[in-house]
Design a protein around this ligand. Structure first.
Ligand code: TXA
Ligand code: MG
Length: 378
């Protein structure tokens, strides 16, 4: 299907909430949200919208046709389950939990602390659940989150439709953090993009499973593992990391387990724990297939020397950030930016896997064609 994709601007600051009801003062924002809310209610229709993590591609989580349209627009493998986005607890209890009408108690403290926000929890799929089997990829749990972004919350509240929404990129590409990233990947494949500016966090939500004992971290993201352990209470202190690779026949519980993910066209080489890069980068470059510096990008964090100091004079140089939070915010945007400049090689400085660093390194490891680890010398 070829469509012309329309970008609908929305003003984030014009949206406030009285309880869970959005109040919108700007007329353009109001009418664009009306268009989007009507659209996501229609079977088989999808809309891209901003969240505080990345842009999502949303359609009704309750409708097979809509979920199929999401998978088709992204070209996403259908055994990768989708997260369902809600705007209130009431919506979860009424729609997603038709038997118990109650969110499992294990999540109480985490929800209080981190919702609305970048945390996804797994809930049981109860008897009579209206959630499409295509949303959950047939699993007996459903991932749910309540986004903080006013545009996302208003869209869900106004349509009263729980939205299945993966990141709004073409499958395998870096997730979109501004509307033009979505347009680049999905132009002609979706009707509308709500443009609410840049996403704050820059990487996807943290996904946790509290239904297993001990509880599991399925995907590191916008809420750190340390904070889950600290604020979750009880069993959450024993949080374990899920295995990050899957066999062909295994169900996908963490993204990128089975498939290439978050990748630009250029080859990404990740340097992990390599201090200022002087030994590791220079050594790697000796066997590099790319000799032309104008075809190389260097993404620096807090410690790497400049391109010139690393004998990469003429390379495209970007500062990812001075800490993991800034690096998370900039990561996908900069991977896309340098990719579009036509480089063939992207050398990236890693960061320690604590706090937001765990999510950054998780995304980079999945995007990377090679990971260079620190040795005694470098
Ligand atoms: O930040 C985010 O979470 C973004 C924005 C748009 O909200 N959304 C996002 O959604 O990343 P999505 O659908 O791409 O996330 C899917 C991942 C799966 O790969 C898996 O790790 C986990 O969420 N997931 C979802 N449902 C699951 C389930 N039933 N069991 C296990 N993992 C699940
Ligand atoms: Mg994604």
């Amino acid at each position: 299907m070829t469509l012309s994709t329309k970008i609908l601007p929305v003003s984030v600051s014009s949206i406030t909430f009285e309880g869970n009801v959005p109040k919108i003062v700007d007329e353009v924002t109001k009418s664009n949200l009306d268009i989007a809310a009507d659209e996501v209610k229609k079977p088989g229709h999808v809309v891209a919208f901003p969240t505080e993590t990345v842009y999502g591609l949303g359609g009704s989580a309750l409708c097979d046709e809509s979920v199929r349209a999401i998978y088709a627009a992204k070209n996403r493998p259908a055994d990768n389950p989708l997260i369902v986005h809600v705007s209130s607890h009431e919506q979860i209890e009424r729609i997603l939990l038709p038997q118990s009408h109650k969110i499992p108690a294990i999540y109480e403290k985490l929800i209080q602390k981190f919702w609305p926000g970048p945390l996804t929890i797994l809930l049981p799929v109860e008897e009579g659940s209206p959630v499409s089997k295509l949303t959950t990829a047939g699993q007996n749990t459903v991932g749910v989150r309540m986004p903080l972004h006013p545009v996302a919350r208003a869209l869900i509240a106004q349509s009263d439709t729980p939205l299945a929404a993966p990141s709004a990129n073409a499958s395998t590409r870096p997730s979109p953090t501004i509307a033009s990233h979505v347009y680049h990947d999905l132009n002609g494949r979706i009707p509308y993009i709500l443009d609410g500016g840049a996403c704050d966090v820059g990487v996807e939500s943290t996904v946790v499973d509290g239904l297993t004992s001990p509880p599991m971290l399925l995907r590191p993201g916008g809420v750190s593992a340390e904070d889950i352990r600290k604020y979750g209470g009880g069993e959450w202190e024993n949080l374990v990391m899920a295995k990050m690779t899957a066999d062909k026949s295994e169900a996908v519980r963490t993204p990128g387990m089975k498939y290439r993910h978050y990748s630009p066209t250029a080859k990404v080489v990740l340097f992990s724990g390599c201090k200022d890069g002087n030994i590791a980068v220079k050594r790697w470059m000796q066997k590099s297939p790319e000799r032309d510096p104008s075809k190389i990008a260097l993404l620096r964090g807090a410690s790497f020397s400049s391109a010139a100091e690393l004998n990469l004079e003429g390379a495209i140089e970007r500062h990812l950030g001075k800490n993991a939070t800034e690096m998370a915010h900039n990561l996908f945007k900069m991977l896309r930016e340098v990719d579009e400049l036509g480089v063939s090689l992207i050398l990236v400085e890693g960061v320690e896997e604590t706090g937001d660093g765990l999510a950054v390194m998780n995304r980079l490891a999945k995007a990377a064609f090679e990971v260079v680890h620190a040795t005694d010398e470098n």
